[in-house]
Structures are given as structure tokens and as C-alpha cells.
Design a protein. Structure first.
Length: 132
């Protein structure tokens, strides 16, 4: 990410749980950890504020803050006063820009009724083509 990209406001993200809503700091930490490691949140991507995360999951702000502190201690996020929290460089499988494009691709494929297998095949073919 360039300096110009880093200064651009990014959409704040709170991952959506596939299972019941997290209710403890450990649950929230695990949800964010999984989203970062899986590439659902890309390097440099801005997270929701502690206040918003607490609201999203119906927990106390102290609970959300504890989860963010744990993620920071694990090196998965970087928090700066006044600038918020972002996914740490190298923590995700992909930069935020790649994750955003992948999200757009998934949305477009779903709208058009294209299967996961077909999208994967197209990506593999394009990847090979770019290598030549």
C-alpha cells in the first residue's frame, strides 16, 4: 500500500459471524483472527471502531477493546490514536485492494448466477495466461 492509499479512508469492517454472535472478548478475537488469516480482511484494511464493534455484537465496549488489544498483541492489527485500527502489514493473505476486488468478483458472479467452480476456473486460466 502506498502512502497515498494508506491516508485514504477505507470502509470500516466488522466480520459477520457464520455462527451465533460472539459474546466474549475471546469470541470476538477469534472471529477477527479468522477473518484476517482467511484474507476476508486485507492488509491495511480499517476495522470498525471499538465502539461500533461493541454495538455490532451487543457487548460492552471494554469487551471489544480487550479483543482489539489481544489482536494487537498478536501482531494482527495496528492501532493508532485518532487513526483507528487496521490489519497489520503481512497479517492477511492479501492486500486490502485484492480483497476488495475479490469481493466485487464474488458479488458479480452471484448476481449473474456463475458458480464458484466456474469463477475459480476463470481465475486459474487468467493466472496461467498472465504467467506466460
Amino acid at each position: 500500500m502506498t502512502g497515498a492509499e494508506a491516508s485514504q479512508p477505507a470502509a470500516s469492517k466488522t466480520p459477520h459471524p457464520a455462527e451465533p454472535t460472539p459474546s466474549t472478548a475471546e469470541d470476538i478475537t477469534e472471529l477477527f483472527r479468522g477473518a484476517i488469516r482467511a484474507g476476508q480482511l486485507g492488509d491495511g484494511e480499517r476495522l470498525s471502531t471499538v465502539r461500533q464493534t461493541a454495538r455490532d455484537f451487543g457487548v460492552a465496549q471494554a469487551t471489544a477493546a480487550k479483543a482489539y488489544r489481544t489482536l494487537e498483541q498478536e501482531g494482527l492489527i495496528v492501532t493508532r490514536t485518532g487513526a483507528g485500527s487496521r490489519v497489520a502489514p503481512g497479517a492477511s493473505r492479501a492486500p486490502a485492494a485484492v480483497v476488495e476486488i475479490a469481493r466485487s468478483l464474488v458479488e458479480a458472479a452471484q448476481l449473474e448466477g456463475v458458480s464458484h467452480d466456474d469463477v475459480s476456473a476463470v481465475l486459474r486460466a487468467l493466472w496461467v495466461q498472465q504467467q506466460d
